[in-house]
Design a protein around this ligand. Structure first.
Ligand code: C5P
Ligand code: MG
Length: 286
């Protein structure tokens, strides 16, 4: 057993099963491995020194690119819908239309702000976005071992890319599925491209991108990282999966949600702001 799996933040429903999956994946070799990860609150920190860290949306919401009046409206949306997102007493069916409503209303407000493409990098630079401790090793090692990393995010693709670019880890093995901004010819945001990705339709998002998974068909072993139960479907486009190991970051409402996370993720990390466990697993598999 990897020593990191004894960290106090680690919970496992079935440690024996985790061990078996790890052994089987290790035996298959790193050339059969692909990594699929959520972004917000999975690759980025949830909190730092007791203060919440921003999601892709929050990076924009809190930036100079948004008027004070609009900031207030976005904040009201966050205060209304985030508690619903993490409410363990409501079913996915109940939450889904409300999540669509949140994303849609927020995107409409962002579009009204006539955001300029060339100011996004500054907004990210001035933000408090933080990748989790250990991110450098995570990204660099996957790149050095030619292991594809799919970042599958219901956040904003343009912002997410800028965060990893500024951190120096947007390597060529990284592919992103996310909500991308559409700019007019003068570089002003006019809409979001394609089908909306929210936290509960990653399965549909995956199935729209069969080409990507087809290219990776020689890699039937998947390491999946997420922080929401919606992230569990991110690998649904992978054909003929051999093994999948699911690591879930449980950041908020830990006691209420622990059981449901334990039931669906193989490894649950309780309020763990680091990539230490994921890195140990990645190093073991490569
Ligand atoms: O990258 P990921 O799929 O985790 O991005 C989704 C996250 O973005 C959600 O967990 C949600 O809390 C957050 N969000 C936000 N503002 C919005 C919509 C979603 O902060 N307007
Ligand atoms: Mg997330």
């Amino acid at each position: 057993m990897l020593p990191e799996l004894s960290n106090p933040s680690v919970c496992m429903r079935d440690p024996q099963r985790v061990q078996e999956i790890l052994e089987s994946m290790q035996k298959a070799g790193s050339n059969t491995l692909q990594v699929i990860s959520d972004f917000d609150m999975t690759l980025t920190r949830f909190a730092y020194n007791g203060k919440r860290c921003p999601t892709c949306h929050n990076i924009l919401d809190n930036s100079k690119l948004i008027s004070n009046d609009c900031k207030e409206k976005l904040k009201n949306l966050l205060d209304t819908y985030y508690p619903i997102e993490i409410d363990s007493t409501r079913s996915v069916d109940e939450k889904l239309p409300l999540m669509v409503e949140w994303w849609t209303r927020a995107h409409d407000l962002l579009v009204e702000q006539r955001i300029k493409k060339d100011l996004l990098a500054t907004a990210v630079r001035e933000s408090e976005a933080m990748l989790r401790d250990g991110y450098q090793l995570f990204f660099d090692h996957l790149y050095e071992h030619s292991i594809p990393l799919l970042i599958f995010s219901a956040g904003i693709g343009d912002i997410l890319e800028e965060v990893i670019r500024q951190a120096g880890v947007f390597h060529p093995n990284v592919k992103v599925f996310s909500n991308y901004m559409d700019f007019d010819e003068s570089g002003v945001l006019k809409a979001f491209k394609g089908e909306l990705i929210h936290i509960y339709n990653k399965r549909e998002g995956a199935l729209l991108n069969t080409g990507h998974f087809q290219e990776l068909r020689t890699r039937p072993n998947v390491l999946l990282l997420g922080d929401s139960l919606g992230d569990l479907t991110m690998a649904d486009g992978v054909q003929d999966i051999e093994n999948i190991l699911k690591i879930g970051f449980l950041n908020d409402k830990v006691e209420e949600r622990k059981q449901s996370y334990m039931d669906s993720y193989d490894i649950v990390l309780l309020k763990d702001e680091t990539l230490e466990v994921s890195n140990a697993i990645m190093l073991y598999l490569t």
